[in-house]
Write a protein that binds this ligand. Structure first.
Ligand code: S3P
Length: 447
Protein backbone atom coordinates (compact mmCIF):
# COMPACT_ATOMS: atom_id res chain seq x y z
CA UNK A 1 0.00 0.00 0.00
CA UNK A 2 1.09 3.54 -0.63
CA UNK A 3 1.32 5.73 2.45
CA UNK A 4 -1.93 7.53 1.71
CA UNK A 5 -4.19 5.10 -0.11
CA UNK A 6 -4.71 2.01 -2.22
CA UNK A 7 -1.66 0.35 -3.82
CA UNK A 8 -0.75 1.67 -7.27
CA UNK A 9 0.81 -1.21 -9.23
CA UNK A 10 2.85 -0.22 -12.29
CA UNK A 11 4.70 -1.89 -15.14
CA UNK A 12 7.95 -0.87 -16.84
CA UNK A 13 8.71 -2.25 -20.31
CA UNK A 14 11.97 -2.41 -22.24
CA UNK A 15 12.47 0.88 -24.10
CA UNK A 16 14.78 2.43 -26.66
CA UNK A 17 17.45 5.04 -25.95
CA UNK A 18 16.33 7.80 -23.61
CA UNK A 19 17.15 11.43 -24.32
CA UNK A 20 16.29 14.98 -23.31
CA UNK A 21 16.55 17.23 -20.28
CA UNK A 22 15.67 15.83 -16.88
CA UNK A 23 14.38 18.57 -14.54
CA UNK A 24 14.90 17.06 -11.10
CA UNK A 25 12.94 18.28 -8.04
CA UNK A 26 14.51 20.02 -5.05
CA UNK A 27 16.75 18.26 -2.57
CA UNK A 28 14.74 16.46 0.10
CA UNK A 29 17.35 16.77 2.86
CA UNK A 30 17.84 20.49 2.26
CA UNK A 31 14.10 21.11 1.96
CA UNK A 32 13.37 19.58 5.40
CA UNK A 33 16.15 21.65 6.94
CA UNK A 34 15.03 24.90 5.27
CA UNK A 35 11.56 24.54 6.78
CA UNK A 36 12.80 23.59 10.24
CA UNK A 37 15.49 26.29 10.47
CA UNK A 38 13.10 28.84 8.96
CA UNK A 39 10.63 27.94 11.72
CA UNK A 40 13.36 28.32 14.37
CA UNK A 41 14.53 31.70 13.19
CA UNK A 42 13.28 35.23 13.61
CA UNK A 43 11.84 37.08 10.63
CA UNK A 44 11.11 35.84 7.14
CA UNK A 45 12.78 32.96 5.31
CA UNK A 46 12.19 32.65 1.57
CA UNK A 47 12.77 29.31 -0.10
CA UNK A 48 12.83 28.64 -3.82
CA UNK A 49 13.07 25.16 -5.31
CA UNK A 50 11.60 23.46 -2.23
CA UNK A 51 10.74 19.81 -2.89
CA UNK A 52 6.95 19.62 -2.85
CA UNK A 53 6.82 15.90 -2.10
CA UNK A 54 4.90 14.17 0.68
CA UNK A 55 7.82 13.97 3.11
CA UNK A 56 8.57 17.68 2.99
CA UNK A 57 4.92 18.75 3.00
CA UNK A 58 4.50 16.74 6.21
CA UNK A 59 7.39 18.70 7.74
CA UNK A 60 5.77 21.99 6.65
CA UNK A 61 2.53 20.91 8.33
CA UNK A 62 4.45 20.00 11.48
CA UNK A 63 6.23 23.37 11.59
CA UNK A 64 2.84 25.11 11.38
CA UNK A 65 1.66 23.00 14.32
CA UNK A 66 4.66 24.30 16.32
CA UNK A 67 3.61 27.89 15.61
CA UNK A 68 5.47 28.93 12.44
CA UNK A 69 3.59 30.67 9.66
CA UNK A 70 4.30 29.02 6.33
CA UNK A 71 2.86 30.05 2.97
CA UNK A 72 3.41 28.96 -0.61
CA UNK A 73 3.33 31.87 -3.05
CA UNK A 74 1.77 31.54 -6.50
CA UNK A 75 5.20 31.52 -8.15
CA UNK A 76 6.26 28.49 -6.07
CA UNK A 77 8.33 30.40 -3.51
CA UNK A 78 7.77 29.38 0.12
CA UNK A 79 7.76 31.99 2.92
CA UNK A 80 8.28 31.07 6.53
CA UNK A 81 7.84 33.35 9.53
CA UNK A 82 9.63 31.61 12.37
CA UNK A 83 9.11 31.61 16.12
CA UNK A 84 12.80 31.85 17.09
CA UNK A 85 15.05 29.37 18.94
CA UNK A 86 13.12 28.03 21.96
CA UNK A 87 9.86 29.51 20.65
CA UNK A 88 8.08 26.31 19.59
CA UNK A 89 4.48 26.12 20.87
CA UNK A 90 3.09 22.77 22.00
CA UNK A 91 1.16 21.26 19.07
CA UNK A 92 -2.49 20.59 19.76
CA UNK A 93 -2.50 17.23 18.05
CA UNK A 94 -0.27 14.32 17.08
CA UNK A 95 2.52 15.16 14.60
CA UNK A 96 2.23 12.76 11.66
CA UNK A 97 5.48 12.67 9.69
CA UNK A 98 4.12 10.24 7.10
CA UNK A 99 6.98 8.29 5.48
CA UNK A 100 9.76 10.68 6.54
CA UNK A 101 12.54 9.42 8.82
CA UNK A 102 14.42 12.68 8.26
CA UNK A 103 11.34 14.74 9.13
CA UNK A 104 10.54 12.99 12.39
CA UNK A 105 14.12 12.66 13.62
CA UNK A 106 15.05 16.28 12.90
CA UNK A 107 11.83 17.60 14.41
CA UNK A 108 12.37 15.52 17.56
CA UNK A 109 15.77 17.15 17.88
CA UNK A 110 14.38 20.62 17.24
CA UNK A 111 11.79 20.31 20.04
CA UNK A 112 13.79 18.25 22.56
CA UNK A 113 15.15 21.25 24.45
CA UNK A 114 11.84 23.13 24.67
CA UNK A 115 9.49 22.37 27.56
CA UNK A 116 6.62 20.91 25.52
CA UNK A 117 5.18 17.42 25.03
CA UNK A 118 4.75 16.12 21.49
CA UNK A 119 3.43 12.82 20.18
CA UNK A 120 4.86 11.66 16.85
CA UNK A 121 3.59 9.04 14.45
CA UNK A 122 3.96 8.07 10.79
CA UNK A 123 2.98 5.51 8.19
CA UNK A 124 3.58 1.76 8.56
CA UNK A 125 7.14 2.11 7.23
CA UNK A 126 8.08 4.92 9.62
CA UNK A 127 6.40 3.19 12.58
CA UNK A 128 8.71 0.23 12.03
CA UNK A 129 11.95 2.24 12.07
CA UNK A 130 14.33 2.64 15.04
CA UNK A 131 14.02 5.92 16.95
CA UNK A 132 16.33 5.03 19.85
CA UNK A 133 19.22 6.35 17.76
CA UNK A 134 17.83 9.87 18.30
CA UNK A 135 15.94 9.53 21.58
CA UNK A 136 19.11 8.21 23.33
CA UNK A 137 21.25 11.31 22.65
CA UNK A 138 18.25 13.62 23.17
CA UNK A 139 17.85 12.12 26.67
CA UNK A 140 21.31 13.51 27.48
CA UNK A 141 19.87 17.03 27.06
CA UNK A 142 17.14 16.14 29.58
CA UNK A 143 14.34 15.12 27.18
CA UNK A 144 12.30 11.98 27.83
CA UNK A 145 10.71 9.71 25.24
CA UNK A 146 8.00 7.11 25.64
CA UNK A 147 7.50 4.98 22.55
CA UNK A 148 6.46 1.47 21.60
CA UNK A 149 8.82 -1.47 21.99
CA UNK A 150 12.19 -0.82 20.40
CA UNK A 151 11.54 2.92 20.78
CA UNK A 152 9.28 2.86 17.74
CA UNK A 153 6.50 5.31 16.87
CA UNK A 154 3.98 6.38 18.02
CA UNK A 155 6.20 8.05 20.56
CA UNK A 156 5.74 10.96 22.94
CA UNK A 157 8.68 13.18 23.65
CA UNK A 158 8.75 15.62 26.55
CA UNK A 159 11.32 18.33 25.97
CA UNK A 160 13.86 19.24 28.63
CA UNK A 161 12.80 21.95 31.08
CA UNK A 162 16.38 22.96 31.87
CA UNK A 163 18.44 21.61 28.97
CA UNK A 164 22.14 21.00 29.37
CA UNK A 165 24.62 20.99 26.47
CA UNK A 166 25.85 17.63 25.22
CA UNK A 167 29.01 16.09 23.82
CA UNK A 168 28.01 13.10 21.70
CA UNK A 169 29.84 10.65 19.46
CA UNK A 170 27.43 9.18 16.93
CA UNK A 171 27.55 5.35 17.10
CA UNK A 172 26.60 4.96 13.42
CA UNK A 173 27.18 7.16 10.35
CA UNK A 174 23.89 9.10 10.40
CA UNK A 175 23.24 12.68 9.38
CA UNK A 176 19.81 12.42 10.94
CA UNK A 177 21.27 11.61 14.36
CA UNK A 178 23.95 14.30 14.03
CA UNK A 179 21.33 16.84 12.95
CA UNK A 180 18.89 15.94 15.73
CA UNK A 181 21.63 16.57 18.31
CA UNK A 182 22.70 19.85 16.70
CA UNK A 183 19.11 21.11 16.48
CA UNK A 184 18.56 20.21 20.15
CA UNK A 185 21.80 22.01 20.98
CA UNK A 186 20.34 25.23 19.60
CA UNK A 187 18.23 25.76 22.72
CA UNK A 188 20.75 24.46 25.26
CA UNK A 189 23.14 26.88 26.96
CA UNK A 190 26.87 26.44 26.25
CA UNK A 191 28.50 24.34 23.57
CA UNK A 192 27.03 21.18 22.10
CA UNK A 193 29.57 18.96 20.38
CA UNK A 194 28.87 16.13 17.93
CA UNK A 195 31.67 13.84 16.84
CA UNK A 196 31.28 11.60 13.82
CA UNK A 197 33.90 9.05 12.79
CA UNK A 198 32.73 9.11 9.16
CA UNK A 199 31.56 12.23 7.39
CA UNK A 200 27.81 12.26 6.69
CA UNK A 201 25.86 14.86 4.73
CA UNK A 202 26.61 18.29 6.16
CA UNK A 203 23.57 20.32 5.07
CA UNK A 204 22.58 21.05 8.67
CA UNK A 205 25.99 22.52 9.50
CA UNK A 206 26.06 24.61 6.32
CA UNK A 207 22.54 25.91 6.82
CA UNK A 208 22.99 26.64 10.54
CA UNK A 209 25.99 28.79 9.64
CA UNK A 210 23.91 30.52 6.96
CA UNK A 211 21.19 31.34 9.52
CA UNK A 212 23.79 32.94 11.78
CA UNK A 213 24.66 30.19 14.27
CA UNK A 214 28.19 29.95 15.65
CA UNK A 215 29.17 26.50 14.38
CA UNK A 216 32.55 25.06 13.44
CA UNK A 217 33.90 21.74 12.23
CA UNK A 218 37.34 20.43 13.02
CA UNK A 219 38.87 17.29 11.53
CA UNK A 220 40.69 15.35 14.25
CA UNK A 221 41.85 11.76 14.87
CA UNK A 222 38.36 11.03 16.27
CA UNK A 223 36.77 12.23 13.04
CA UNK A 224 34.69 15.34 12.42
CA UNK A 225 34.15 17.34 15.60
CA UNK A 226 31.27 19.79 15.19
CA UNK A 227 30.84 22.47 17.83
CA UNK A 228 27.70 24.61 18.11
CA UNK A 229 27.27 27.52 20.50
CA UNK A 230 23.79 27.30 22.05
CA UNK A 231 20.99 29.86 22.15
CA UNK A 232 21.90 31.93 19.09
CA UNK A 233 19.43 34.22 17.42
CA UNK A 234 18.83 32.73 13.99
CA UNK A 235 17.66 35.20 11.39
CA UNK A 236 15.49 34.44 8.37
CA UNK A 237 17.37 33.72 5.13
CA UNK A 238 16.83 33.37 1.40
CA UNK A 239 17.48 29.78 0.38
CA UNK A 240 17.84 28.30 -3.09
CA UNK A 241 17.38 24.54 -2.85
CA UNK A 242 19.60 22.65 -5.31
CA UNK A 243 18.11 19.72 -7.20
CA UNK A 244 18.36 16.40 -5.44
CA UNK A 245 21.32 14.21 -6.49
CA UNK A 246 19.57 11.22 -4.92
CA UNK A 247 16.58 11.74 -7.24
CA UNK A 248 18.85 12.51 -10.20
CA UNK A 249 20.36 9.05 -9.63
CA UNK A 250 17.34 7.37 -11.26
CA UNK A 251 17.43 9.04 -14.69
CA UNK A 252 21.26 8.99 -14.56
CA UNK A 253 21.27 5.23 -14.05
CA UNK A 254 18.47 4.77 -16.61
CA UNK A 255 20.64 6.54 -19.22
CA UNK A 256 23.55 4.25 -18.34
CA UNK A 257 21.31 1.17 -18.60
CA UNK A 258 19.74 1.79 -22.01
CA UNK A 259 22.00 1.69 -25.06
CA UNK A 260 22.30 4.94 -27.03
CA UNK A 261 20.92 7.17 -24.26
CA UNK A 262 22.07 10.76 -23.77
CA UNK A 263 20.48 13.06 -21.18
CA UNK A 264 21.19 16.37 -19.44
CA UNK A 265 20.34 17.25 -15.85
CA UNK A 266 20.67 20.94 -14.91
CA UNK A 267 21.39 22.32 -11.41
CA UNK A 268 22.15 19.13 -9.53
CA UNK A 269 23.48 19.36 -5.97
CA UNK A 270 27.12 18.27 -5.85
CA UNK A 271 27.85 18.47 -2.13
CA UNK A 272 30.83 16.12 -1.62
CA UNK A 273 29.01 14.44 1.28
CA UNK A 274 26.36 13.36 -1.25
CA UNK A 275 28.43 12.66 -4.35
CA UNK A 276 29.57 9.06 -3.74
CA UNK A 277 27.36 7.65 -6.49
CA UNK A 278 29.07 9.74 -9.14
CA UNK A 279 32.49 8.54 -7.97
CA UNK A 280 31.32 4.92 -8.15
CA UNK A 281 29.86 5.44 -11.63
CA UNK A 282 33.15 6.93 -12.81
CA UNK A 283 35.00 3.88 -11.46
CA UNK A 284 32.61 1.69 -13.46
CA UNK A 285 33.58 3.66 -16.56
CA UNK A 286 30.48 5.84 -16.94
CA UNK A 287 30.49 8.77 -19.35
CA UNK A 288 29.33 11.65 -17.13
CA UNK A 289 30.40 15.26 -17.49
CA UNK A 290 29.99 17.93 -14.85
CA UNK A 291 29.50 21.36 -16.40
CA UNK A 292 29.32 24.86 -14.87
CA UNK A 293 30.42 23.73 -11.43
CA UNK A 294 29.45 26.54 -9.06
CA UNK A 295 28.25 27.44 -5.54
CA UNK A 296 24.58 28.35 -5.08
CA UNK A 297 23.35 29.39 -1.65
CA UNK A 298 26.31 27.70 0.07
CA UNK A 299 25.92 24.37 -1.77
CA UNK A 300 27.98 23.16 -4.77
CA UNK A 301 25.91 22.64 -7.93
CA UNK A 302 26.65 21.44 -11.49
CA UNK A 303 24.89 20.61 -14.76
CA UNK A 304 25.26 16.94 -15.71
CA UNK A 305 25.44 15.23 -19.06
CA UNK A 306 25.21 11.44 -19.08
CA UNK A 307 25.77 9.16 -22.07
CA UNK A 308 25.34 5.42 -22.31
CA UNK A 309 28.46 3.24 -22.50
CA UNK A 310 29.37 -0.26 -21.36
CA UNK A 311 30.31 -0.47 -17.68
CA UNK A 312 32.41 -2.80 -15.58
CA UNK A 313 31.79 -4.21 -12.11
CA UNK A 314 33.74 -2.70 -9.21
CA UNK A 315 34.15 -2.87 -5.47
CA UNK A 316 32.32 0.23 -4.30
CA UNK A 317 34.62 1.92 -1.75
CA UNK A 318 33.11 1.28 1.70
CA UNK A 319 34.46 4.61 2.93
CA UNK A 320 32.08 6.33 0.46
CA UNK A 321 28.99 4.50 1.76
CA UNK A 322 27.62 7.40 3.80
CA UNK A 323 27.87 9.75 0.82
CA UNK A 324 25.72 7.47 -1.37
CA UNK A 325 23.70 5.43 1.10
CA UNK A 326 20.37 6.16 -0.63
CA UNK A 327 21.79 5.35 -4.08
CA UNK A 328 22.77 1.68 -3.54
CA UNK A 329 19.38 0.28 -4.64
CA UNK A 330 19.54 1.87 -8.09
CA UNK A 331 23.29 1.19 -8.33
CA UNK A 332 22.49 -2.50 -7.71
CA UNK A 333 20.20 -2.39 -10.76
CA UNK A 334 23.00 -0.91 -12.86
CA UNK A 335 25.51 -3.44 -11.51
CA UNK A 336 23.24 -6.21 -12.79
CA UNK A 337 24.05 -5.04 -16.35
CA UNK A 338 27.77 -4.30 -15.86
CA UNK A 339 30.41 -6.81 -16.91
CA UNK A 340 31.73 -8.85 -13.99
CA UNK A 341 30.98 -8.58 -10.31
CA UNK A 342 30.09 -5.52 -8.25
CA UNK A 343 30.73 -5.78 -4.54
CA UNK A 344 29.15 -3.31 -2.14
CA UNK A 345 30.61 -3.59 1.37
CA UNK A 346 29.87 -1.48 4.46
CA UNK A 347 26.18 -0.85 3.80
CA UNK A 348 24.53 -2.06 7.02
CA UNK A 349 22.61 1.23 7.36
CA UNK A 350 20.58 0.19 4.28
CA UNK A 351 18.73 -2.23 6.51
CA UNK A 352 17.06 0.54 8.55
CA UNK A 353 15.81 2.83 5.78
CA UNK A 354 12.18 3.11 4.61
CA UNK A 355 12.46 -0.68 4.45
CA UNK A 356 15.31 -3.20 4.69
CA UNK A 357 16.74 -2.13 1.35
CA UNK A 358 19.26 -4.97 1.09
CA UNK A 359 16.48 -7.52 1.51
CA UNK A 360 14.16 -5.67 -0.90
CA UNK A 361 16.82 -5.50 -3.63
CA UNK A 362 17.93 -9.10 -3.14
CA UNK A 363 14.34 -10.40 -3.38
CA UNK A 364 13.39 -8.24 -6.37
CA UNK A 365 16.59 -8.74 -8.37
CA UNK A 366 16.52 -12.52 -7.79
CA UNK A 367 12.89 -12.63 -8.92
CA UNK A 368 14.05 -10.90 -12.12
CA UNK A 369 16.76 -13.51 -12.72
CA UNK A 370 19.78 -11.63 -11.37
CA UNK A 371 22.39 -13.42 -9.24
CA UNK A 372 22.89 -11.41 -6.05
CA UNK A 373 24.38 -12.42 -2.72
CA UNK A 374 24.04 -10.66 0.62
CA UNK A 375 25.63 -10.55 4.04
CA UNK A 376 24.44 -8.49 6.98
CA UNK A 377 26.32 -5.47 5.62
CA UNK A 378 27.01 -6.10 1.92
CA UNK A 379 25.57 -7.01 -1.47
CA UNK A 380 27.39 -8.68 -4.36
CA UNK A 381 25.83 -8.52 -7.81
CA UNK A 382 26.84 -10.66 -10.79
CA UNK A 383 26.45 -8.69 -14.01
CA UNK A 384 24.77 -10.29 -17.02
CA UNK A 385 24.12 -9.43 -20.69
CA UNK A 386 20.36 -9.90 -20.67
CA UNK A 387 18.25 -9.56 -17.57
CA UNK A 388 15.20 -11.85 -17.75
CA UNK A 389 12.86 -9.59 -15.72
CA UNK A 390 9.22 -10.71 -15.81
CA UNK A 391 8.56 -10.47 -12.06
CA UNK A 392 6.52 -8.32 -9.71
CA UNK A 393 8.84 -6.62 -7.22
CA UNK A 394 7.69 -5.68 -3.74
CA UNK A 395 8.37 -2.07 -2.80
CA UNK A 396 7.52 -2.04 0.95
CA UNK A 397 6.36 1.63 1.00
CA UNK A 398 9.85 2.61 -0.18
CA UNK A 399 10.13 5.23 -2.92
CA UNK A 400 13.71 4.35 -3.87
CA UNK A 401 12.95 0.64 -4.20
CA UNK A 402 9.96 1.46 -6.40
CA UNK A 403 11.97 3.76 -8.71
CA UNK A 404 14.89 1.30 -8.88
CA UNK A 405 12.72 -1.53 -10.21
CA UNK A 406 10.96 0.81 -12.67
CA UNK A 407 14.47 1.55 -14.04
CA UNK A 408 15.26 -2.19 -14.22
CA UNK A 409 12.18 -2.75 -16.41
CA UNK A 410 13.58 -0.28 -18.97
CA UNK A 411 16.30 -2.78 -19.89
CA UNK A 412 14.96 -6.24 -18.88
CA UNK A 413 13.85 -8.74 -21.55
CA UNK A 414 10.39 -9.08 -19.96
CA UNK A 415 8.42 -6.29 -18.25
CA UNK A 416 9.06 -5.61 -14.58
CA UNK A 417 6.08 -4.83 -12.36
CA UNK A 418 6.05 -3.14 -8.99
CA UNK A 419 3.28 -3.74 -6.47
CA UNK A 420 2.96 -0.07 -5.51
CA UNK A 421 4.27 3.18 -6.96
CA UNK A 422 2.50 5.28 -4.30
CA UNK A 423 5.58 6.03 -2.20
CA UNK A 424 7.41 7.65 -5.14
CA UNK A 425 5.41 10.79 -4.40
CA UNK A 426 7.34 11.31 -1.13
CA UNK A 427 10.54 12.38 -2.90
CA UNK A 428 9.99 12.59 -6.68
CA UNK A 429 6.34 13.40 -7.46
CA UNK A 430 6.93 13.75 -11.24
CA UNK A 431 9.17 10.71 -11.64
CA UNK A 432 6.73 8.78 -13.85
CA UNK A 433 5.85 11.59 -16.32
CA UNK A 434 9.47 12.79 -16.45
CA UNK A 435 10.83 9.35 -17.26
CA UNK A 436 8.10 8.87 -19.86
CA UNK A 437 9.09 12.15 -21.50
CA UNK A 438 12.67 10.89 -21.72
CA UNK A 439 11.47 7.68 -23.38
CA UNK A 440 10.57 5.18 -20.65
CA UNK A 441 7.61 2.88 -21.24
CA UNK A 442 5.71 2.91 -17.97
CA UNK A 443 2.04 2.16 -17.41
CA UNK A 444 -0.37 1.89 -14.51
CA UNK A 445 -1.92 -1.49 -13.78
CA UNK A 446 -5.28 -2.15 -12.20
CA UNK A 447 -4.83 -2.74 -8.46
C1 S3P B 1 19.18 12.00 5.48
C2 S3P B 1 20.16 11.18 5.96
C3 S3P B 1 20.30 9.77 5.59
C4 S3P B 1 19.51 9.41 4.35
C5 S3P B 1 18.14 10.02 4.36
C6 S3P B 1 18.21 11.52 4.48
C7 S3P B 1 19.13 13.40 5.94
O1 S3P B 1 19.86 8.97 6.65
O2 S3P B 1 19.41 8.01 4.19
O3 S3P B 1 17.43 9.68 3.18
O4 S3P B 1 18.47 14.23 5.28
O5 S3P B 1 19.76 13.70 6.96
P1 S3P B 1 20.79 8.67 7.94
O6 S3P B 1 21.24 9.95 8.44
O7 S3P B 1 19.93 7.92 8.89
O8 S3P B 1 21.89 7.82 7.40
Amino acid sequence: MSSHGAPQPMISRKCGAISGVAEIPGDKSISHRALILGALSVGETRVTGLLEGGDVLDTAKAMRAFGAEINRMEDGEWRIFGVGVGGFAEPEDVIDCGNAGTGVRLIMGAMATTDIAVTFTGDASLRSRPMGRVTDPLALFGATAHGRSGGRLPLTMVGAQDPVPVRYTTPMPSAQVKSAVLLAGLNAPGETVVIEAEATRDHTERMLAGFGADISTEITDEGRVITLKGQPELTGQTIIVPRDPSSAAFPVVAALLVEGSDISLPNIGMNPTRAGLFEALKLMGADITFLNERLEGGEPVADLRVKYGPLKGITVPAENAASMIDEYPVLAVLAATASGITHMPGIKEMRVKECDRIDAMVQGLRACGVQIDETEDSMTIHGMDNIPGGATCKTHLDHRIAMSFMCLGMVAENPVKIDDAGAIETSFPDFIPLMETLGAKFAKLNG
